[in-house]
Design a protein around this ligand. Sequence first.
Ligand SMILES: [Zn+2]
Length: 366
Amino acid sequence: MSKNLKVCYERILPRDLQLSLPRGNSEAARMTRAAIVISKRWANGSTLRVRFMGGDAAQHDIVKQFAPQWSKHANLKLNFNNAPDAEIRIAFQAGDGAWSYIGKDCLDIPRDQPTMNLGWQDEGVILHEFGHAIGLIHEHQNPQGGIKWNKENVQRDLSGPPNFWDPATIEHNMFAKYAQDQINGTALDKKSIMLYAIPKTWTTDGFQSEPNEVLSATDQTFIGSTGVYPGLGQPSTGPVELAVAEMTATSAQIGKNGEEDLYKFTAAQAGRYTVETEGSTDVVMSLYGPDSQTKLITQDDDSGNNQNARIIADLTPGAYYVQVRHFNAVDGIGSYSIMVSKSGAGNSQAVGQSRGAARPSKGSRK
Ligand SMILES: [Zn+2]
């Protein structure tokens, strides 16, 4: 197999490299990995802004032509406004292959650096890389995939030109699979835009796949399904307003699998605010703002009472958004209540109680 195999790789953050990939099916391994990928999905209904870092008008046009196909099926919008702090930032370095960070990992990349590279541009690679940017993984890493790799041949081909991957990159991008509950769990979709072209020499059982250039039927239904980006075309009810007031809790529930509830509150003055949930449902809460539904401030799972979430943060005046989902994003439901309060002046309590607030280290990237 000496054909020029142009394959994309997922860029992963240093913090994720430090987590061992799950071996076997232990619950601990499954949950660890599941939490990571679930946390990479953008808030449903988000508008993601796109900025080009280099490239010419023709290259920009082809991206604008094809990338929005995802928005026909996912409840996400793309805005090519070149905002300095755009969530998706695209470079066009010909010698750097094609890659993208996965979903919300893009938020952890310094603003002067790209989150995606399109070393070549065609419909297939643009749809594929935007698939990563909205949180999708490689289809061959689908745990249902069952591809029987000829590892020796894969390693030989990918360690040479044009990819020159090291063994760790090959392991992560080819052989490591995600946990069952990170994805929708359908059988491997041979037509998925997220599947590599796999030559016959890379498998031991004759399996092969052709390069896919368009979104498959499964790609289209999956990306708009419950727990991914559902509700396209339905009238948006908008976030539920929360009053900033002690003892004023708003009752709610995670009524169906994968549901995410969105709240908004206004910090009229700068100060220390506490957002917390109560009840017997194990929820995970994310705080965004000011005046942004994508600028993540922090996320918390269990800092509150029992398994409730609590975030204490020093906020500047502005609008803040709180997203609440069940810890078990696949099939967890239940009721809870949510409350926002503001501390009095001079509170000396340390901030940073919320776990999951750690930012990735600025370690070297591959
Ligand atoms: Zn890829």
